[in-house]
Design a protein around this ligand. Structure first.
Ligand SMILES: *Cc1c(COP(=O)(O)O)cnc(C)c1O
Length: 645
């Protein structure tokens, strides 16, 4: 079946209302909204106790100290405003560097609206409104991912916001460790009448659904004990938990077990290294699995797992990356789940976490309004290449994983300070509670929403921004996370990436005899990399020098006016020790470079195609075409400089 022509994808008018716009086109709309709600906030203050007189006198603004303060404030604000002019122009279709773009108006306006109320989402005491919104954001994301999202369902998912993907990944590690170690603690405490695993190894390798069933059985048993007896058993179990003993104490008490490993692809974000350091397991426990075309090699994973099972090396978690930070590639999540099935049969179990900090929102393209999954053919009809069967299978498998990281501040087009962690079954989260006893009180808050209003109990942070939560919640209400709503944005970016990819292939032909141009691996998402090498050059060092010259013109430089930059891009490297020898040789040879596995890593350009106006239909401008014209020009200039030198 032939696909419709998507070289010049049609324009979607809804997108015109979504952002402030590259030129600030929607300035009047944003101004109206901010003024309206700022006034509204003032009325709220006045209507609290309308008979309380103003505490700041009407003549206060005439006092010299007041005036001096105002003058200082103005001066500093003007300085700040002037300094910020050096900021990176994320809003511009000339910005195709890192994972940032324009901000969704509903999210921005909601956050600005909520800021003066200053809600603190640590608990409902300081955020009676926005803490609910944060829990609902968890449900909105759960629905997008294919997790149970009805709070009336005992196995409903749970999610919350974090400062970013780094902390969400850390929360995933914390939760996985808590679940893994809890059955061992129940055994150590010798809780009677529960069906406990026969030995520590089995307890440490219990599949998560069974751990959750055990937590429930334990809670039920505890509630049936006389209060004093219940308190005694609770203290006993708490004393045996890894959270109480620490890693050293726990593993000393269970010599059959050793510190578990985390298996992640070589493309994993460096937050995983940070997470293992923070957890105290150490980086040695982070084992990198090789990739093929920058996607996790599931055969290599299966081999590692078989070895771990043989050597009785526990595994805490296997991380699948859904949209790698450097290349946008997607791991076979379905394949990882299949590898776990096989591993379970060998007695080795672990959590499957998906790091979808980047690609999570692409799930909107696969989701119908009623929450069901769209068939691949239906999605494919809207694109030229997207999605490959492998990609569709990876997204379809999300609902069977244990937890996911998604960054609203990346492909969610929301302000920085919003990452999210979502786990499939909220009952697991009881193990994260800082005060375990509260779950077991006679008057324990059993209702889902009520329980999570004490959010600070479960999250790594304490005080946290309720305004940020309001921004994410409102954006998702305005653009629900399915293909007909939010999907309009993700569809536009994937189409832009396809247009970019198509243009890159044509560019490679045009440049023959001047520059070798290659797309080193097929893009899965809206990140496209380009490798360049001056024609007939065989030296890797020389190719990298050429790339550095190019990148010098594509990066933010605070010493130069912004306007001297035509485009913003980013670079990444291909390191042979991560990419693998065969893959490195293939890429180097395709560029005409001497295979050099001991040499420096190869620098490549990395483009994030998030901006909804990369193709400007209003004026008939393609910033993608302009970018490639720019690359041709700079390439020729750099080559000319070389000849002159
Ligand atoms: C960005 C990213 C992270 C880290 O998220 P922050 O929000 O920067 O903390 C983790 N994993 C992946 C795949 C990412 O792209």
């Amino acid at each position: 079946m032939s696909r419709p022509d998507r070289a010049h994808p049609p324009h979607d008018p809804v997108i015109d209302a979504c952002f402030l716009g590259p030129y600030g086109e929607n300035d009047a709309l944003l101004e109206r909204l901010t003024t309206e709600f700022q006034r509204d906030h003032v009325y709220w203050r006045r209507n609290f106790h309308p008979d309380d007189p103003p505490a700041i006198g009407t003549a206060a603004a005439l006092h010299p100290d007041y005036l001096a303060f105002e003058a200082r404030m103005r001066r500093e604000l003007h300085r700040l405003s002037a300094a910020l002019k050096k900021s990176v122009p994320f809003h511009s279709p000339r910005y195709i560097g890192h994972m940032a773009s324009d901000l969704l108006l509903p999210g921005l306006a909601a956050q600005m609206l909520a800021l003066p109320y200053n809600p603190n989402n640590v608990s409902e005491d300081s955020a009676p409104v926005t803490v609910d919104m944060e829990v609902k954001v968890g449900l909105q994301l759960a629905r997008m991912l294919g997790y149970p999202h009805d709070p009336a369902d005992p196995a409903c998912a749970f999610g919350h916001l974090t400062s970013g993907g780094t902390l969400a990944n850390f929360q995933a590690l914390r939760l996985a460790l808590a679940l893994k170690a809890f059955p061992v603690a129940l055994r150590a405490a010798g809780v009677p009448e529960l069906a406990l695993p026969p030995d520590d190894w089995t307890a440490f390798n219990l599949p998560q659904p069974q751990v959750i069933a055990l937590i429930e059985a334990w809670q039920g048993w505890l509630a049936a004990q006389p209060p004093a007896e219940g308190r005694r058993w609770l203290a006993k179990v708490e004393a045996a938990r890894i959270e109480q003993l620490g890693l050293a104490g726990f593993f000393a008490a269970h010599p059959e077990l050793g510190p578990p490993q985390v298996l992640a692809p070589v493309t994993a974000h460096y937050s995983w290294s940070k997470g293992l350091k923070l957890l105290g397991l150490g980086r040695d426990q982070l084992q990198l699995v090789p990739t093929r075309g920058m996607r996790m090699d599931v055969d290599a994973l299966a081999e590692r797992l078989a070895r771990c099972a043989r050597e009785r090396q526990p595994v805490l978690m296997v991380v699948g990356v859904l949209g790698s930070t450097e290349y946008g590639t997607v791991d076979p999540i379905d394949g990882i789940l299949a590898a776990r099935e096989a591993s379970r049969a060998a007695g080795l179990d672990f959590a499957v976490h998906v790091d979808a900090a980047w690609g999570g929102y692409l799930a909107t393209l696969f989701r119908n309004e009623d929450g069901s999954l769209r068939a691949r053919e239906e999605v494919a009809a809207e694109f030229r290449y997207f999605p490959s069967p492998e990609l569709h299978a990876a997204f379809a498998a999300l609902g069977a994983t244990d937890s996911v990281t998604v960054d609203p501040h990346k492909l969610g087009y929301l302000p920085f300070g919003s990452g999210a962690f979502v786990c499939r079954d909220h009952r697991a989260v009881a193990l994260l509670a800082e005060r375990a006893d509260y779950v077991f009180h006679g008057n324990a808050p059993t209702d889902y929403m009520t329980r999570y209003r004490g959010l600070g109990q479960f999250v790594p942070e304490g005080s946290k921004s309720g305004a940020a939560a309001a921004g994410v919640y409102v954006a998702h209400e305005v653009l629900p996370l399915d293909h007909r709503h939010f999907g309009r944005l993700t569809r536009a970016t994937v189409r832009a990436a396809e247009a970019f990819y198509t243009r890159a292939l044509a560019f490679a032909e045009e440049q023959a005899g001047r520059l070798a141009v290659r797309v080193p691996f097929e893009p899965d998402t809206n990140l496209v990399c380009l490798a360049l090498n001056p024609h007939a050059n065989r030296s890797l060092a020389h190719a990298n020098a050429f790339m550095r010259g190019l990148f010098d013109r594509l990066r933010a430089d605070p010493r130069q006016p912004l306007q001297t930059r035509e485009f913003f891009g980013s670079v990444t490297t291909l390191r042979p020790e991560l990419v693998g020898a065969a893959e490195t040789c293939r890429i180097l040879e395709s560029l005409g470079l001497e295979p050099d596995l001991d040499g420096a890593p190869l620098l490549i350009l990395r483009h994030t195609l998030m901006n909804p106006y990369l193709i400007d239909h209003e004026n008939g401008i393609s910033y993608i075409d302009r970018y490639f014209e720019y690359l041709a020009r700079v390439g020729a200039t750099l080559a000319g400089e070389e000849r002159a030198a």
